[in-house]
Design a protein around this ligand. Structure first.
Ligand code: PGA
Length: 255
């Protein structure tokens, strides 16, 4: 059985002090959780204070973005080594907000994944269609292109170190969640793609998270789907109690 992963994507929210206080609280409230992988992805400026809080726990730290070059004249960018040394174990790559507002493409996503895999970090790679694309019946072709180009040139061994996240753009921050059936259909399709691009064993082991308005009252039916291995959670990860509630749902389903 694939391990469940609950990852909080805080986006551009929380100062270092606010994030550290959240992390302290989260650590205390998840002492009994021992199967679910818990990840929090604060903004860059909060990575160090959160790491200080989490370092003796099993909670993991993730960054929200990274550059594809190892170092150099890239004003405003952050390297893999910097986030790794700050204590990160994960990094989100290709979030739809980065694709939409900051010009990320499947090609930059691919370069970022490769640079990340040269370190110990685990990339959480995001894919998803817009509402228009879904209404035009293009969901599968969009996902196929994003997956094929985003993951191009990776070896089986590299692919097995990646976490994927299906995040329909129309469900992010809108309060509209994909139904469990809609999400499962795409997750299953992604697994078939992985099987064709890599092999069936790889398709079986790669965790695929769902993201887009995941909340305490809908997470159970999503995680109950065969191919949904966890959640990448934005808005509902910003307060400790609902986040812990969702972690407990994942933990219960692992028992
Ligand atoms: P949301 O965001 O849970 O606020 O919809 C999810 C994400 O963008 O990762």
């Amino acid at each position: 059985m694939r391990k469940k992963i609950i990852a909080g994507n805080w986006k551009m929210n929380k100062t270092g002090a606010e994030a550290a206080s959240f992390a302290r609280d989260l650590k205390l409230k998840t002492l009994n959780i021992n199967k679910t992988e818990i990840v929090i992805c604060p903004p860059f400026t909060a990575l160090a204070p959160v790491y200080d809080m989490l370092k003796e726990s099993r909670l993991k730290l993730g960054a929200q973005n990274v550059h594809w070059e190892p170092a150099g004249a890239f004003t405003g960018e952050i390297s893999v080594e910097m986030i790794e040394k700050a204590g990160c174990k994960y990094v989100i790559i290709g979030h739809s907000e980065r694709r939409q507002f900051f010009g990320e493409t499947d090609q930059t996503v691919n370069k970022k994944i490769k640079q990340t895999l040269a370190s110990s970090l685990c990339p959480i790679v995001c894919f998803g269609e817009t509402l228009q694309q879904r209404q035009d019946g293009k969901t599968q072709s969009i996902i196929r292109t994003q997956v094929t180009e985003g993951l191009a040139g990776l070896s089986i061994e590299q692919m097995q170190r990646i976490v994927l996240a299906y995040e329909p753009v129309w469900a992010i921050g809108t309060g509209v969640t994909a139904t469990p059936e809609q999400a499962e259909e795409v997750h299953n399709f992604i697994r078939q793609l992985l099987s064709g691009l890599f092999n069936s064993q790889t398709a079986e082991v790669v965790p695929i998270l769902y993201g887009g308005s995941v909340k305490p009252d809908n997470i159970k039916e999503l995680l109950n789907q065969q191919n949904i291995d966890g959640g990448l959670i934005g808005g509902a990860s910003l307060k400790v109690d609902p986040f812990v509630e969702m972690i407990k749902v994942a933990e219960d389903l692992s028992n």
